[in-house]
Design a protein around this ligand. Structure first.
Ligand SMILES: Nc1ncnc2c1ncn2[C@@H]1O[C@H](COP(=O)(O)OP(=O)(O)OP(=O)(O)O)[C@@H](O)[C@H]1O
Length: 518
């Protein structure tokens, strides 16, 4: 590419160039006059805090949202006015998108998922040619270096393989002129799986393809991106090479402030009273798990998918019954038949899938924040709506939840702000035992620091927290102790100076045997 530029004496046409991109939702601007270019053959990361406008910009590029009049989107020299740009132009121009939800149908095979977009091959007589379907799927997978059987149900694939299949599908008809746009492809992957995906991105780049990449994982961005564009409150505040940057430099660009470094404090010691005591708990895949979480303590659970980490939290929250053993909360045996029983005993779970499991998607933000404390506002014959709303708005401010208004539907919030809203709602109940499943997935670095601080303050008030995270750096920063699970069994416990990201990674990976379900 550079050679071509040198020979022709000019810079190569940008793969994509945006100019004057503004987007207003209900009168509120979320992107303001954004202009940037993406060099062909580069990996270009689009960064910014939660709610800064990244997904909106990608949706404009995909033609899903239309930007306000007056801007242009130029793809390989072809200029389009924002008013006339749509999904068909994006596709024709070689833009391919892999969104966070991947768009794969779990109950169909990989080859059937490919056929959903390209159509089923048919024999004379119009019968579907299953053999041809498998053959073409195999070719697509081979070209993308994805080692999965096209007959596998998507549901049975490992998460990283699902993402690789979605990428293979996006690029199946492609050449080096394609631009692949990935929205947080590694958000729900373990570090090992993320590495596999980053290698696939590098392969695309070696083929000459251009990659636009949104991620909150800054070490990953530093490892893979050539250039970054940074959005802050809908304004492009930086567009520069990665070479001169480090993590804290990027955070400063994103926020205008330096990143607060977090350090775990020393734990409460073995003399502190136990809030949770688990004894020989069995709930497939968990076997004989015993652990204690004390007052003022944050305990982490590390393990690969299939290790039983989420099952542990679900069991403690009454969503699954133990098959053996049991647990006590505050010294009293707990036999929860439902989350309602758990909540009554002061146990709260903030689940991993905040969209499906934790939120009321159609209700406004303020009602989502107050949904667990409705009883408090019931005055016998009517709801004290005004004071409920006032309190919720106060909470939205305290938690730094960014939204155009408190009345915005929950689904209009950016991912990180959704997570803060769900956490705010549960912390309001002041639970004795806070269970957190991937608490900062998809959350930007400053908001992550805020969430960690909120959890610390919560346990400082005499409570306890049990945290499952695939982000081992998070476990090191947040927890007093970390228990490592492998295939449903406890294999190690780390604390003090032994509690490091590297140690956790080593212990979870040893004798790796990943399964697809947790
Ligand atoms: N359909 C919509 N209607 C109204 N407002 C919206 C809509 N979609 C997004 N917004 C608002 O636009 C702003 C930018 O959101 P966007 O999802 O683009 O942020 P983001 O940078 O991708 O955040 P995250 O990192 O949390 O995913 C947010 O304030 C969001 O609430």
């Amino acid at each position: 590419m550079e050679r071509l530029a040198a020979m022709t004496g000019g810079a190569p046409a940008a793969a994509v160039r945006l100019s004057g991109i503004t987007k207003t939702f209900d009168g509120v601007p979320v992107l303001r006059d954004v202009a940037c270019g993406i060099a062909p053959g580069s990996v270009h990361a689009l960064l910014g805090g939660n709610g800064s406008g990244k997904s909106t910009l990608l949706k404009i590029l995909a033609g899903v949202h239309q930007a306000d009049q007056g801007g242009t989107i130029t793809i390989r020299g072809q200029e389009h006015a924002t008013g006339s740009y749509g999904p068909a132009i994006a596709r024709r121009s070689g833009l391919r998108f892999v969104h966070q939800d991947l768009g794969l149908v779990p109950d169909l095979t990989v080859s059937e998922n490919f056929a959903l977009e390209s159509g089923y091959p048919r024999r004379a007589g119009l019968a579907i040619s299953w053999r041809e379907l498998r053959r073409s799927a195999r070719t697509i997978l081979e070209q993308a270096h994805v080692d999965v059987d096209p007959q596998t149900l998507v549901r049975d694939l490992r998460p990283s393989d699902r993402t690789l299949v979605a990428i293979a599908r996006a690029l199946r008809d492609g050449d080096e002129h394609l631009t692949l746009v990935l929205d947080e492809p590694t958000a729900s992957l373990s570090q090992h799986e993320a590495k596999v995906l980053l290698e696939a991105i590098r392969r695309c780049q070696r083929r000459g393809q251009t990659i636009v990449y949104v991620s909150h994982r800054l070490p990953e961005v530093l490892a893979i991106a050539d250039r970054i564009s940074v959005l802050r409150d809908g304004v492009l505040v930086a567009d520069q090479d990665v070479a001169d940057l480090d993590e804290s430099g990027i955070v400063t660009l994103m926020t205008g402030q330096e990143l607060r470094r977090q350090t775990a404090r020393s734990g409460p010691g073995t003399g502190a009273p136990a809030i949770l005591k688990v004894g020989a708990l069995a709930a497939a895949p968990l076997r004989e798990v015993s652990l204690t979480v004390r007052r003022h303590e944050i305990v982490g659970i590390a393990g690969l998918l299939g290790s039983g980490r989420s099952t542990l939290l679900r069991t403690l929250f009454g969503q699954a019954g133990p098959e053996g053993g049991g647990f006590e909360v505050d010294g009293v045996p707990a036999r929860f038949r439902s989350p309602r029983d758990a909540i009554r005993r002061g146990v709260a779970l903030v689940p991993e899938d905040r969209g499906a499991d934790a939120a009321f998607a159609d209700l406004p933000l303020w009602e989502n924040v107050s949904a667990t404390v409705i009883g408090k506002y019931w005055s016998g014959w009517r709801m004290a709506r005004a004071s409920e709303r006032r309190d919720a708005i106060g909470l939205i401010e305290t938690f730094g939840i960014r939204s155009a208004t408190a009345d915005a539907p929950f689904t209009h919030l950016s991912g990180g702000n959704q997570q803060k809203a769900v956490l705010a709602r549960w912390l309001r109940l002041d639970p004795r035992l806070l269970l957190l499943d991937e608490p900062t997935q998809g959350v930007d670095a400053p908001a992550r620091a805020d969430i960690h601080e909120l959890v610390r303050q919560h346990v400082a008030r005499g409570n306890a927290a049990l945290v499952v995270s695939s982000d081992f750096e998070e476990l090191e920063a947040l927890c007093h102790r970390v228990i490592v699970l492998r295939d449903g069994t406890q294999v190690a416990e780390l604390d003090g100076p032994r509690l490091t990201e590297a140690a956790i990674a080593g212990l979870t990976q040893t004798a790796r045997k990943e399964s697809t379900r947790d």
